[in-house]
Design a protein around this ligand. Structure first.
Ligand code: SF4
Ligand code: SF4
Length: 416
């Protein structure tokens, strides 16, 4: 793609990076069928290629409007287009640059500014999320139906035959250690997931270190274009993680790039990114130890048929498109004795996408309905996912139980 970036951005680091990304796009359109918003709306401006054109116009100094902002806001940042692109266009990074600039150029309405401010002030803070959830859960019966579906009921859906273990952290007793970035929303919404991860790692000879001072990975503020705030969260996590060895989320894998121009943090952030991985990647790399531990435990079967439990796995976009760890979880679940059901269109986002379900509720609800239909099609007994946002979103759209897949693995190992 030919470009002629405007003077105000051409010589900046962001301008040079954006220019290189724009030039790598050859307009082929292979990304269009992979894009959920293009599939729903059929408008080229709601496709990756259309958004790339809009960002190009912005960077070339052409006028931009609230319509430009709307099309960029509708993007889920799922990065399915990156997985589909044969030219390796780094769309997600280009979108970051475009959105941040657009935020300065096109003012938002006061309600929209307040909504985004409140999200940034509440969601990254565990105690605030807990307090808000407590109030919302207590008031749940009084809420309008659409809002009620978004608030978890006080009881986790009961699946007695799963026999999930209590959310207890095992004592660290192994020389091999990982640091688990506990996150902000996850401990508040599903307190069993992090201890389940620690229980599984303990069974394969790895101790889990909990970090004092770590918190939100910074993704929420980053995706709302509050980059100063996001970078402060990233630096705080680098300080907290640095004394240890890190295992964490997709955003942590990006810390090295985000802080590459900060001399005080660049080297540490790069090292942490190099060490960071998703727990599925860690377990796949230790498959021998996992299989040995599983051989001591009886498979979990459905109580009525005594057949292996049928699980529909929803692969989050962070796992398959951002971390490019597609197809890593499924063999681990199969090795643990679960039968994985077919799920059509597995690359498609469920519509959770961080704060997207709150900021774009109609599109998010349409994507959720399609995802739940695909997951339920082969009549599974439960749904598993790998991301707390997807988990909460899916629970709001299905009567089937939804769990993090690591909880299923912990439940199986608990039977040994
Ligand atoms: S597939 Fe890649 S190169 Fe082709 S239009 Fe989409 S982003 Fe551009
Ligand atoms: S990130 Fe997702 S929603 Fe956004 S353009 Fe790419 S495929 Fe479409």
């Amino acid at each position: 793609m030919q470009t002629a970036l405007a003077d105000f951005i051409r010589s900046t680091p962001a301008g040079r990076e954006a220019d290189a990304i724009l030039r790598s796009c050859v307009h082929c359109g292979f990304c269009l069928p992979a894009c959920p918003t293009y599939q729903l709306l059929g408008d080229e401006l709601d496709s990756p290629r259309g958004r790339i054109y809009l960002i190009k116009q912005l960077l070339e100094g052409e006028p931009v409007t609230a319509r430009t902002q709307l099309h960029l806001d509708r993007c889920l940042t799922c990065r399915a287009c990156e997985s589909a692109c044969p030219s390796g266009v780094r769309y997600g990074r280009l979108l970051d640059i475009g959105r941040a600039l657009l935020e300065e150029r096109v003012p938002r309405s006061t309600p929209a500014r307040v909504q985004r401010y409140l999200l940034r002030r509440i969601v990254p803070y565990r105690q605030r999320v807990r307090a808000l959830l407590g109030v919302a859960t207590a008031l749940r019966p009084l809420l309008p139906r659409a809002l009620r579906a978004r608030v978890p009921s006080s009881a986790t859906p009961a699946v007695p035959f799963l026999a999930l273990r209590p959310p207890l952290w095992p004592e660290p007793r192994h020389a091999r250690r990982v640091v688990l970035l506990e996150g902000c929303v996850q401990p508040a919404l599903a307190a069993g997931i992090n201890p389940a991860a620690a229980q599984v790692l303990d069974r394969i000879g790895i101790a889990t270190v909990r970090v004092a001072g770590g918190g939100c990975c910074g993704a929420l503020s980053h995706h709302l274009s509050a980059h100063t705030e996001s970078f402060a969260q990233v630096r705080r996590n680098v300080d907290a993680l640095w004394p240890h060895v890190a295992a964490g989320a997709a955003m942590v894998c990006d810390y090295g790039r985000l802080l590459k121009d900060d001399p005080a943090y660049a080297a540490r952030a790069e090292r942490i990114s190099a060490l960071a991985c998703d727990i599925s990647q860690l377990l796949a790399a230790n498959a021998g130890a996992l299989h040995a531990a599983l051989s001591d435990a009886a498979p979990i079967t459905a109580p009525d048929t005594r057949a292996p439990l049928r699980v529909a796995f929803q692969a989050p976009c962070t796992l398959q498109h951002a971390l490019r760890a597609r197809g890593v979880v499924e063999p681990l679940l199969a090795a643990a004795g679960f039968t994985l059901t077919e799920v059509a269109d597995g690359g498609r986002c469920c519509g959770s996408a961080g704060t997207y379900s709150l900021l774009q509720p109609e599109l998010s609800a349409r994507l959720l309905r399609a995802k739940v239909a695909a997951l339920e099609a082969a009549a599974p007994e439960l749904i598993a996912t790998a991301n707390i946002g997807c988990l909460a979103h899916l629970r709001s759209g299905t009567a089937l139980p939804v769990y993090h897949w690591i909880e299923l693995l912990a439940a199986r190992l608990a039977r040994g």
